[in-house]
Design a protein around this ligand. Structure first.
Ligand SMILES: [Zn+2]
Length: 185
């Protein structure tokens, strides 16, 4: 899935706070947005969907940060919890997307996301055929609803901006390998 989908997912994860603890909601949402985009930084360093995608280990960090956040509820521990939770969800969600290839619509890659403890790749489930596909964009739009309607201020603004990026990205997605081959590498 494209980064905007993961960012929007982060806001959805934080959405219950908008209702039950509004004073903590912006912190939770922004931390989860950051955690949602973080794994995809391995587009720039290392191997995409392997170097910063941890479909198993992030959950250990979630458990640890969760315990810490309950014992010592500070801005930092709460932020860490939502960051890791969103990164964990991202790493698992990519399993349901296409492979980590240059042109995922060609369906030649059997590498969805790397599972470090098993030392092997998971095969793509292709429920979302590729990042930026029409169904991926539809998913981003639906997942953006809480950010647009339950939040206000910076979170609502960031959600709207992310949705705009998603629309543009989906529109040019198939030309990305030609426009920015370094990114695809
Ligand atoms: Zn990813």
């Amino acid at each position: 899935m494209m980064s905007p989908t993961h960012i929007a997912t982060g806001v959805v994860i934080a959405a219950p706070f908008a209702i039950f603890a509004p004073e903590l909601a912006p912190l939770a949402a922004v931390s989860a947005m950051a955690g949602g985009v973080f794994p995809d930084l391995d587009l720039f360093v290392g191997v995409h969907r392997k170097t910063l995608h941890f479909p198993v280990y992030y959950w250990g960090a979630v458990a640890l940060a969760g315990v810490l956040a309950v014992l010592v509820p500070t801005t930092a521990t709460l932020a860490a919890f939502f960051f890791f939770l969103s990164a964990a969800v991202h790493s698992v969600a990519d399993w349901f997307c296409g492979g980590n290839e240059l042109r995922p619509w060609e369906n030649t890659s059997e590498h969805a996301v790397f599972v470090h403890p098993l030392d092997r790749w998971l095969r793509p489930k292709r429920l979302i055929r590729w990042d930026g596909s029409p169904e991926d964009l539809a998913l981003t739009a639906v997942l953006s609803l809480p950010g647009l309607f339950l939040f206000e201020g910076p979170v609502r603004l960031l959600t709207a901006a992310t949705l705009v990026v998603a629309v543009v990205y989906a529109a040019v997605r198939k030309r990305v390998p030609d426009l920015a081959p370094w990114l695809a590498e």
